[in-house]
Design a protein around this ligand. Sequence first.
Ligand code: SAH
Length: 245
Amino acid sequence: MNRCCPLANVHIVLSHTTHPGNIGATARAMKTMGLSTLCLVNPKSFPNNEANVRASNARDILEQASVVSSLEEALHDTVLAIAMTARTRDLSNRILDARQAAKVLLEHASNAPVALVFGRESSGLTTAEISKCQLTVHIPANPDYSSLNLASAVQIMAYELRMALTETMLIAPQQSAYQLANFHEVELFYHHLEQAMIESGFLDPRQPKRLMQRLRRMFARTQLEKEEVNILRGILSALEKHRSA
Ligand code: SAH
């Protein structure tokens, strides 16, 4: 975690990238705007010479990039994750445009890591990946063809972050009195809640429908704090104890 420059706390996460050239172009897009933390979830080919060539003078970002095998690993310590999508789906989180999202990201990035998650070139992010994020961003584009090249989408977000930083530097930084729960803590809570619902008979694991997805969507809107997660888990534990007594 970096407390001095919020941009260092903005992690760019690329999920299952197919074309290594896009990874290189992403590194270049990031460095031109002052971003530096790149995380690759199961890239098809990395390290790769085409990525190096497309990165040009941003190879240092590729050298420092982390490669992980799941989105959960990539988001582990983040307090806010934003899904980038070329499409607007049915049951999605609150949808922001690039400019609104950059402001929200910077508000949190002065205290803790945040992530922008980008999908595969062929099919974007899966519904499961989107539901791991609290917010969704759609870059407004031609409704008949709104699918930008991956690195172009990264470039637009990186630019908006830079512009938002310039604006916020003119305003005194705000320190929140409460600490937000990170991804791992919230995931543990969801797991606890799911188990409690199954054990109580409220949730039938053979027919879960979209219950967990709906609950995730609801809690994503609230931005849970560490203490609130502790309270919710405490309530679940007390109810569990009460049932088995
Ligand atoms: N064909 C895919 C889009 C792939 S583009 C689809 O239909 O979903 C690769 C990635 O770039 C997307 O997963 C998304 O993260 C990002 N992206 C492309 N266009 C975007 C847009 N208009 N708004 C937000 N993200 C976009």
